[in-house]
Ligand binder design. Structure first.
Ligand code: UDP
Length: 215
């Protein structure tokens, strides 16, 4: 048996399972399950839902997961746990996504329906490109970065590790040698229009995007 797990059985995980199923449809030995440590459900959308320990304990010739949890810090923790247990990662690309020329993608990619990565981009580990998001030419995306639905990341933008870009945000195009930079761990709020660099760890919102002032 080839055992494939969608790690995370909440909202995003349930969106990702059909991508996994489609991708392994020609493998008669494939079994697709959810992996979720909450132990809350035995089955989700018709698939068994196992804890990580149960997943690792099932006899299988091959065992791989996709980390389908939007929080990049949780993804990193789970990636370390999977590696320590000898669990591999499966990359998922929706049938109608596009990845164009000379783009390098590290392990663990999830590229959802209608998402696009254009030319000469570099994508770090366990990137999520949710539905209708895009990464344009010459962008450099770090590790454990999350693009929510409809993110428009124009050319020559660098998005550092663990940044989260909210639904419908627009990142202004940078220039060759002078990219627009979204710092590590930064959060870009939904619908924000980012026209200049965002420092690490800062949350920005609005048009033009500015740091969020909390009351
Ligand atoms: N989860 C888990 N192990 C962890 C952290 C989270 O199994 O170490 C599961 C958690 O039980 C939940 C899912 O991951 O079912 C995360 O769901 P959430 O709604 O927070 O994220 P989303 O689906 O929106 O990415």
């Amino acid at each position: 048996m080839n055992l494939y797990g969608v790690y995370g059985a909440s909202g995003f995980g349930r969106e990702v399972m059909p991508l996994l199923r489609a991708q392994v449809a020609n493998d008669p030995e494939a079994l697709c399950v959810f992996v979720d440590d909450s132990g809350a459900e035995d089955t989700v959308n018709g698939h068994r839902c196992l804890t990580f320990d149960q997943f690792v304990g099932l006899p299988a010739e091959n065992r791989a997961v996709t980390l389908a949890i939007a929080d990049g810090c949780i993804r990193e923790k789970l990636a370390d746990k999977c590696e320590a247990a000898g669990v591999r990662f499966i990359e998922l690309r929706a049938r109608n996504c596009m990845v164009l020329d000379e783009t390098h993608v590290a392990e663990g990619l999830i590229l959802c329906g209608f998402a696009t990565i254009t030319a000469n981009a570099s994508i770090g580990r366990h990137f999520h490109g949710n539905i209708y998001s895009y990464v344009a030419h010459d962008c450099v995306i770090g590790d454990f970065v999350t693009f929510a639905p409809g993110v428009k990341c124009n050319g020559n933008v660098h998005v550092e590790d663990h940044a989260y870009i909210g639904t419908g945000a627009i990142l202004r195009q940078g220039k060759p040698g002078k990219p627009l930079i979204i710092g590590a761990g930064a959060i870009v709020g939904m619908g924000a229009v980012v026209t200049k660099d965002v420092p690490p760890g800062v949350t920005v919102v609005g048009n033009p995007a500015r740091p969020l002032v909390r009351d």
